[in-house]
Design a protein around this ligand. Structure first.
Ligand code: HEM
Length: 430
């Protein structure tokens, strides 16, 4: 295999770092091309360190499984430009990370920090939250019904329902939810002209890595959670913030940076992703009325709807890994320090794993999607995400007689986490 065969053509590689390609479906054409022609190729894009692009389901799983060979912490676990990387290292005393969340860590630290909240996110504990979540779901469905048959489903339901659930679990007061929503959208949607901060207010400029990091947004999160943290140390309550604030690592209280990072990952990863798959599910049902009919005839298919909509939307598009030592994989020689992009949305459309991957089927079985990743970093919130979506659909589907698009839906422009930002629908409800 020659270097020129390994290198991904520039026009194809450019889409991988172009946030607009994730909003107008070009990214799926790019993934189709890569899986067929160069499923483990090298992207060399000006302004970004070269990185391997992994697009086959089997390779993504294998890399995610081998956590000591493919690391999260050595370089940025999300795509950044060389310029942003240099500025972060300068600010953070050489570290490539602005935050120190679970996704920035490897063993031996990672399992210790994950264990702090793992029990909270297990199904046994979540079962105790089911009634509270169902109340929130019912209120969301009632709010939708009150619109009288036409609404933007993203703005009316998909954004606020998961936000309310995770903020209640975390212990953020309801009046602060709009602020949390705005900060999350500014963080993940930094490249989207409608969601990111105005260029004049951004603290790390738009960069050619496609994924922007806005330091001002992170500072705002820090200031907000510093108050919550101090309060929960003084007055612990029955919420996740109290668990984080009072946790110990190797017998010592958790450090400020790591506590703040923990709040931020739960507060952001905990709703934007679920909002995207909730919005994506209704979009797909509006375009596939036969699938809605199946669900109405057999509500036991609702967990299938949940999994299929998570596969279909794959809200987390990519994570990066760094090679820990020279090795070989998929016929490629990988060197220590190489950076690699795991393209989950591509793995979830791989026809070696999924029958008719481009069809939305609520009765797809098996559905071995990798939208939650795999291995040691497998999504901590996956049971919560699936449970809250299941409950929403259990409340909505029996009442929903029909739904159709009432305008042009739009996806957010982002390389890391994206999904519908507007979804105009017309519906009939019992
Ligand atoms: C990690 C996706 C919902 C919290 C991840 C990862 C993915 C992901 C792809 C990285 C996995 C890896 O590197 O192997 C999703 C999707 C969701 C969702 C698609 C919804 C449909 C949630 C929720 C929460 C959450 C509701 C919390 C309330 C986390 C945390 C991590 C994580 C804390 C880091 C885990 C670690 O590194 O050990 N998620 N997520 N996620 N997710 Fe989620």
């Amino acid at each position: 295999m020659t270097t020129s065969e390994i290198r991904i053509p520039d026009a194809v590689a450019a889409n991988l770092v172009d946030p607009t390609a994730y909003a107008d479906h070009r990214i799926h054409e790019t993934y189709d091309w890569l899986r067929a022609n160069n499923p483990f190729g090298m992207a060399e894009i000006p302004g970004v360190d070269p990185f391997w692009v992994v697009t086959k389901h089997a390779d993504i799983l294998e890399i995610s499984r081998q956590n000591s060979l493919f690391l999260n912490g050595d370089r940025s676990p999300t795509l950044v430009s060389q310029e942003a990387d240099a500025r972060i290292r300068q600010m953070m005393g050489g570290s490539p990370h602005l935050l120190r969340t679970l996704i920035h860590m490897d063993a031996p630290d990672h399992p210790k920090y994950r264990a702090l909240t793992q029990a909270w996110f297990m199904p046994q504990n979540l079962r105790g939250l089911e009634d509270r979540i169902r109340k929130i779901a019912r209120a969301a469905v009632d709010k939708m019904a009150a619109t009288g048959g036409e609404c933007d489903f993203v703005r009316e339901v998909a954004l606020h329902y998961p936000l309310h659930v995770v903020m209640e679990i975390l212990g953020v007061p309801e009046e602060d939810e709009p602020r949390m929503l705005m900060l999350t959208q500014e963080l993940f949607g930094a490249a989207d002209p409608e969601l990111g901060r105005k260029p004049s207010e951004q603290t790390l400029d738009k960069d050619t890595g496609g994924q922007q990091l806005d330091l001002g947004v992170i500072t705002d999160f820090f200031q907000y959670f510093a108050k919550i943290s101090a309060d929960r140390r003084a007055n612990p309550r029955d919420d996740l913030a109290s668990v984080i604030a009072n946790s110990k690592i190797d017998g010592q209280p958790i450090s400020e940076l790591e506590a703040m990072s923990y709040y931020i990952i739960v507060a952001t990863a905990g709703h934007d992703t679920t909002s995207s798959s909730t919005g994506g599910a209704l979009w797909a049902l509006a375009e596939n009325p036969g699938e809605l009919a199946k669900l109405k005839a057999d509500p036991s298919l609702i967990p299938g709807l949940v999994d299929e909509s998570i596969r279909w939307t794959t809200p987390v598009k990519t994570f990066m890994r760094t090679v820990a030592e020279d090795t070989e994989m998929a016929g490629r020689k990988l060197s220590k320090g190489d950076w690699m992009m795991l393209c989950y949305a591509s793995g979830n459309r791989d026809d070696e794993v999924f029958d008719a991957p481009k069809s939305f089927r609520v009765d797809r079985s098996p559905n071995k999607h990798l939208a939650f990743g795999y291995g040691a970093h497998l999504c901590l919130g996956q049971h919560l995400a699936k449970m809250e979506m299941r409950i929403l659909w259990e409340e909505l589907i029996p009442r929903l007689e029909s739904v159709e698009l009432a305008g042009e839906p739009a996806l957010s422009q982002a390389v890391f986490v994206n999904g519908p930002k507007t979804l105009p629908i017309r519906f009939k409800m019992a």
